[in-house]
Design a protein around this ligand. Structure first.
Ligand SMILES: *[C@@H]1O[C@H](CO)[C@@H](O)[C@H](O)[C@H]1NC(C)=O
Ligand SMILES: *[C@@H]1O[C@H](CO)[C@@H](O)[C@H](O)[C@H]1NC(C)=O
Ligand SMILES: *[C@@H]1O[C@H](CO)[C@@H](O)[C@H](O)[C@H]1NC(C)=O
Length: 350
């Protein structure tokens, strides 16, 4: 048995990505037992963050390039659309993560430093960096599912249009970002099969404006082993890989938080799909979160999450946010290190 996790980029139209577990027969045998836990040279890394260059072998293959478009350099105002029936406790966990991104006073390794030392290093041709300021402007609930309980990529934009028309969500085309969060029973085109979330921008014909937005789904019931990894692992991996205890007690929600981090990082550095990405096809870009999927700590890559911390109850995390709340969020490609970068990890649980 040599199960491994492969990170596949499947984009149909400039969207993001899922973690697609492949069976061992696709990738050869015997590799798991021999897998090395790499300890990168931390003296290269600065401020408590370390770098991994384990993306598919070598960072020399990866050319994340700038394509002349804007990045989100103005302070971001988030508009949250809770689609379907949401548990208030789960909403509060997600809100707390979002508000932690700008909270410089959080303890190390902070959510703030994760963003500030990776995403915020991307600049545009005016030399403006991605902002470190993210606030929540307004939240609406579409508990009755005004479009349908089954959404397509395009009908997602109708959800935004309805929130604007019926719930008075503001149209902020200066620095607004719209985040649609779907409840566990909402199905979305390609969800679980090819994507865990995506970001794009709205069409004037549907929403009346071009607004950057992202969608992330709660996979807790539908496919936690795909979209809430490593809080659930695919059946063929059990035995080799143990699922981790989610830091806030819910695999679906804790799994969503890493996907939200991934999407916001990509949206901020590539909001109109013409700024930072790798690959030559702008309709199928590989973006700064895609390159580091499945990597959460030092040594991560190739099916190993990397070292992450444990709290007293064995719950796993790699970032600390506002009020000491803990999160597990994937690493992000750094334009400076040209490698995946993220919070360090203690060796306590090794
Ligand atoms: C670690 O990196 C620093 C700076 O690049 C270098 O001076 C040092 O020799 C490296 N250490 C090892 C063990 O490779
Ligand atoms: C992780 O980072 C924190 C803050 O920068 C530091 O105090 C701690 O020693 C680091 N741990 C490891 C294992 O590098
Ligand atoms: C802006 O990005 C540049 C290039 O990555 C980096 O050197 C600089 O430190 C960043 N500035 C801030 C304020 O993050």
């Amino acid at each position: 048995m040599a199960p491994r996790f492969i990170l596949l980029v499947i984009c149909s139209a400039a969207f993001v990505i899922a973690i697609i577990p492949l069976t061992s027969s696709s990738i050869g045998r015997g590799q798991h037992q021999n897998m090395q836990v790499l300890k990168p040279n931390l003296s290269d890394s600065g401020v408590g963050l370390s770098a991994s260059s384990r993306y598919e072998g070598s960072s020399s293959f990866v050319h994340v390039r700038y394509h002349m478009g804007p990045v989100l350099s103005s302070p971001i105002v988030l508009y949250l659309i809770w689609y379907g029936k949401w548990n208030p406790k789960h909403q509060s966990t997600i809100r707390s993560f979002l508000l932690s991104i700008s909270d410089e006073s959080s303890h190390s390794p902070s959510v703030y430093s994760w963003w500030a030392t990776t995403v915020a290093l991307y600049t545009d041709q005016t030399n403006s960096n991605v902002t470190t300021s993210i606030t929540i402007g307004r939240e609406v609930s579409d508990a009755e599912c005004s479009v349908s309980k089954s959404l397509t990529r395009l009908s997602m934009q109708q959800v935004i249009a309805n929130s604007i028309s019926f719930k008075h969500l503001p149209v902020n085309n200066r620095n607004g970002v719209y985040l649609i969060l779907t409840a566990p029973d909402i199905t979305v085109q390609d969800f679980c099969r090819a994507v865990c979330g995506f970001h794009f921008f709205t069409f004037p014909s549907i929403v009346g404006n071009t607004l950057p937005y992202a969608w992330v789904g709660n996979s807790g019931k539908q496919c936690p082993e795909t979209c809430a990894y490593p809080f659930a692992v695919p059946a063929y991996m059990t035995g080799a890989t143990k699922e981790m205890e989610p830091p806030n007690g819910d695999a679906g929600v804790d799994g969503m938080i890493s996907v939200i981090g991934h999407e916001l990082a990509e949206l901020a550095s590539n909001p109109l799909m013409n700024a930072w990405y790798a690959g030559d096809d702008p309709t199928a870009p590989t973006e700064i979160g895609d390159l580091c999927e499945g990597v959460y700590g030092t040594g991560g890559g190739g099916g190993y999450t990397g070292q992450v911390s444990s709290d007293e109850e064995g719950r796993r995390y790699n970032l600390i946010g506002k009020n000491g709340k803990k999160f597990l969020v994937q690493w992000i490609w750094s334009p400076v290190l040209k490698a995946c970068s993220g919070p360090n990890a203690t060796d306590r649980d090794n």
